[in-house]
Each structure stands twice: as C-alpha cells, then as structure tokens.
Design a protein. Structure first.
Length: 343
C-alpha cells in the first residue's frame, strides 16, 4: 500500500450508522501513522464513508464528528420505530450538519482530494465526482451519496441537475487502483482494515464491489446499517475500528511498538434508552406526529416542488411506456410489394 512513487489513497466504505467504525480507524491512524492521512493522494467514500471523509478533510475534529453521529443516533432511537417514524428526517439531519460544520471554502479544500461515489437513477450506473464549484455542490453531492431510497424519501436529490441515490447501491468501497488504496470497512471481509473472524469459513460474497464473509457477525452488522444499535454497542464498534487499524499497522510494519491506551469513547457506554411505556401510547401519538411531520416536510418541499413534480412525471411516463412496450409488443411492418420473397 505504501508506494512512494505512485502514492496511496484511502477508501471508506458506505455503512450507514456503522460510521462510528471509521472514526475509530481515523483516530488510530492520526495518532500512530499520521503520514498515511497527511500524504494520502485521495480519500474515496460512499454514503457514510463520503461524509466521514468530507468532515475529516475539512478540519472538523473527530470529537465533533462523533458528537454529530451520536446526536443523529439519539434522535433516531428516541422514536419508537426509529428511522421509519414520519417525524425523523435523515436528509434534514445530514444537510443541517453539513451546512453547519463545513467551511464556506470547502469546495476548494475537497476538489481533487475527495472522490464521492454516487448512483445515477436513470441507469443505475456508478459515478465518481471529485471537482466542485461551490459549497452547495459539495453538500448536494454528499446528500445524493447518502440518500437511501424510500428511507430518506421518495424523490431522489440532484447534483448538477442529475438525480442520484446512495453511492453504496452501485459501489460501496470505490477506488481507482486497488494496489495503492487502503480500504476500510466495518464488515468482516477482505478489506485492508476490517474486523477479522477466527473461523474456517472461507465463503465470501461480493456486494456492490465489497467483499463480505458469510458469517453471523455480518448479518447483525447489516441489520444495524439503517437501524442503529444503542450507543454502548456503537462505542464498542468505534473502538473495534481503532484496534483493527492497530493490527493493520502491525501487519504492514508501519509501527514497531503499540502502546496501551484507554478508549476515548467510554463516556458513550452508559447510555441505554429504554422507553417501554411509550409503545403503549404509540397508536395515539403516531397520527399526530405524522401530521406535524407531513406539514413540516411540505413547507420544506415548496421551493423544489415544481422541478421534483416534473421529474416524477417524466420517470412515471418512462416506466409506463416500458411496461406497455413489454405487454403489447409492436410487430414490424412489412410492405407488400407483390413479389415472391423466396426468389
């Protein structure tokens, strides 16, 4: 990975609420091998991985990134049905965080340094973007890369007039050159920095460019991508990222000695929200909260309503035309010239 002639890059996998793992990895690298971060040519990312790269490259402290994630998790878990609750708006949380913490010149900082994975709605193809002309373009690209269809909303956001959804749908762990890219993933698999399971099971499956080991641990992690665990578990995941990065440094001889350090996330391990009684009143509170959330989203949608409706009409018409063509294929017309075609 450490090639002084060609340089190296880092790629952070898309992983939803498992982004705590990336914070642990980055903390370890910044403390024990800062040159890997300082001299990296590019930072690749999809979804949560792209958000993490943008915050880090913009100079946002890891503690602030951690607190932002904690706030989103607490907001999601405060609802009885989590992110599926109508009052929980993931896209709004992401946009507010980006607008608040990213500097105004973030497009100058990130252009050429970050590569964001997007999935184009029109054909499902993966698109990698690296150049930006304004902060709004950076925010738009990150929103597109982290937009989960039907979970984040019904109408995909756009970047430079083109509709995109979550980059992990088409490429979870993007890169240009696998030989010079350090890949980072919270899933058990074949990434350079990832959890390792002691098992004789060597079965793997490739999911959108990400190699996953077929094991019960990954089943649990995949379930927690969109439905966050409690903060104690996520804190342990963050510390797991730190330890996996330590092992990577040991295996690649990038550090000679490993010091024992206390986890900086221990303060997260005492939080366990339990709201059993709230489920009893859910049938009464859910309709009211849903109505309030619907009004709020409608007000927020008003500025973009005309172009969104136009795109929705275009997409529906295109889908209907394809269905009609499949159900009622048109026979090719051959003009009768009166000649024997066998002669």
């Amino acid at each position: 990975m450490d090639d002084p002639e060609r340089g190296w890059s880092l790629s952070f996998a898309g992983c939803g609420f498992l982004g705590f793992y990336h914070i642990g990895v980055t903390r370890c690298l910044s403390e024990r091998a800062p040159h890997l971060l300082r001299n990296a040519r590019r930072f690749f990312g999809a979804s949560a991985g792209a958000l993490h790269c943008a915050f880090f490259l913009s100079g946002v402290p890891l503690e602030q990134t951690l607190q932002t994630l904690v706030d989103i998790v607490q907001s999601a878990r405060s609802r009885n049905i989590g992110i599926l609750h109508p009052a929980f708006n993931m896209s709004k949380h992401v946009r507010d965080g980006l607008q608040r913490y990213l500097p105004d010149n973030v497009h100058q900082i990130l252009s050429g340094k970050i590569v964001i994975s997007l999935t184009r709605v029109a054909d499902g193809e993966n698109v990698l973007v690296s150049d930006f002309r304004s902060k709004d373009e950076v925010v738009d690209a990150l929103l597109c890369s982290s937009f989960v269809p039907f979970i984040s909303g019904l109408i995909p956001p756009s970047f430079r007039g083109v509709r995109y959804v979550d980059g992990a749908v088409s490429n979870t762990i993007p890169c240009f050159d696998t030989k010079t890219t350090i890949t980072i993933s919270p899933f058990y698999g074949e990434s350079d920095i990832c959890p390792k399971v002691k098992s004789t099971n060597f079965l793997h499956v490739d999911v959108t460019m990400l190699s996953l080991r077929l094991c019960s641990e990954n089943v649990y992690l995949l379930a927690r991508v969109l439905f966050p665990a409690d903060l104690k578990v996520l804190g342990e995941l963050c510390f797991r990222g730190y330890l996996d990065a330590v092992r990577f440094l040991e295996e690649n001889a990038l550090r000679e000695a490993i010091r024992n350090q206390d986890g900086y996330i221990s303060k997260m391990c005492n939080f366990l929200p339990i709201k059993v009684m709230s489920f009893a009143v859910l049938p009464c509170t859910l309709p009211v909260e849903s109505a309030i959330a619907a009004v709020q989203r409608l007000v927020m949608w008003l500025p973009d309503m005309p172009k969104d409706i136009q795109w929705l009409w275009w997409a529906t018409s295109r889908l209907c035309s394809r269905v009609v063509m499949r159900l009622f294929p048109v026979e090719p017309y051959v003009k009768d010239t009166g000649q024997n075609l066998w002669n």
